[in-house]
Design a protein around this ligand. Structure first.
Ligand code: NAP
Length: 327
């Protein structure tokens, strides 16, 4: 799912030699928040990202962001976007390939629109979906294998499906799918869930959801479409064949390890970008915010991302002023 938000890529006005105070890499909640705060600090700002809203494009209703009661994720993205547009921050839809320090600037190379320079960088690139890595997963992608319940649930009306995972995404997905599918098997490798208790309770109450705990997916089979998913019970070793037409893999996200490595950013043991409480990375003038970072022990929420985005803009502002003070 993507949004056409009429971003303002006022590229005609951007002289390639123009130097920005900060370039924000990403277009998710952390990036939008950083852009808003940077604009209010009157930093000359450019936002470059691929998907307005980032991972939020894959969410349905969001009811855990203070003040926006039961808002649809798409409306939330539009709200964030309008707020940044109000400050006329140029936003460019492109992929950042890399950035490197040249003198007192960072040069940011994009895939399509060339390169841009800035004194500071705010990295808010989010994360990528984790895969199961089982036979059939790649083969049946788009033919029954999905990574986004919110996007694809209606396609499985009156069909049985599997949802894999024990986090908020899987439980939200199971709840949503229970409204379309005839039967939802929720497969989770442990007995306890990571998801918020309120959603676990809701899913447990659904009469057409069956929980298969301590269980993992071994294989996905089918012809043109998915027909069977093989599930192994890790306690008994028993393998069950489920007759289903869809499998939703909602097992979390992978940090942007390669991007971090390419650009010399230090990461933690899992590959998340290491930042301190002021969102500083190991590189001077480079800050990072949101899901791609290692803070708050993996508590990745829209609220925590927007908070970090604000802190990152504040830190970029301080960095620039401290530098000015020294010259
Ligand atoms: P997550 O919280 O990382 O959970 C991933 C789940 O998948 C875990 O239960 C994990 O099992 C399981 N898993 C991981 N690798 C697996 C594998 N190879 N095979 C089988 N199972 C595997 O991911 P998420 O649910 O996608 O959520 C990502 C972030 O977004 C979280 O911070 C979450 O809170 C946030 N989010 C929030 C909301 C909300 O607030 N409403 C909604 C969606 C997402 P273990 O538990 O055993 O590790």
């Amino acid at each position: 799912m993507s949004l056409n938000l009429n971003l303002i890529p006022r590229l005609d006005n951007i002289d390639p030699n123009e130097k920005f105070d900060t370039i924000i890499i990403g277009l998710g909640p952390a990036a939008y928040s950083a852009a808003l705060y940077a604009a209010r600090y009157m930093l000359k700002t450019l936002v470059i990202g691929e998907t307005p809203g980032g991972q939020l494009t894959e969410a349905g209703e969001v009811d855990d962001y203070l003040g926006l009661i039961g808002i649809q994720a798409m409306d939330m993205i539009k709200t964030f976007n309008s707020h940044v547009e109000k400050y006329k921050v140029p936003m460019l839809m492109d992929r950042v390939e890399s950035f490197k320090q040249e003198g007192d600037s960072y040069v940011v190379k994009t895939k399509r629109k060339g390169q841009f320079r800035a004194s500071t960088i705010i990295v808010a690139v989010g994360t990528k979906r984790r895969k199961l890595n089982v036979p059939g997963e790649n083969e049946f992608l788009g033919r029954g294998v999905s990574y986004c319940s919110v996007c694809d649930a209606p396609l499985f009306k009156n069909r049985p499906v599997v949802v894999v995972g024990g986090g908020n995404s899987a439980l939200d997905g199971a709840e949503l799918l229970s409204r379309y599918a005839t039967k939802v098997y929720l497969v989770h490798r442990r007995e306890e869930f990571r998801a918020q208790p309120i959603i676990v309770k809701l899913v447990k109450e659904k009469s057409n959801v069956e929980m298969l705990l301590n269980s993992v997916v071994k294989e996905i089979r089918g012809d043109k479409l998915v027909r069977k998913v093989l599930i192994e019970n890790l306690k008994t070793g028993e393998v069950k064949e489920l007759d289903v037409n869809g499998i939703f893999v909602e097992i979390g996200f992978e940090p942007p390890k390669e991007f971090a490595k390419l650009n010399g950013l230090e990461v933690d043991e899992q590959g998340y970008i290491k930042v301190d409480e002021w969102t500083r990375t190991n590189l001077p003038g480079v800050f990072a915010a949101g899901d791609c970072t290692n803070t708050w022990i993996g508590f990745r929420q829209v609220a925590t991302s927007t908070a970090m985005g604000a802190v990152a803009a504040h830190s970029a502002y301080n960095f620039i002023n401290e530098k000015k003070g020294k010259t």
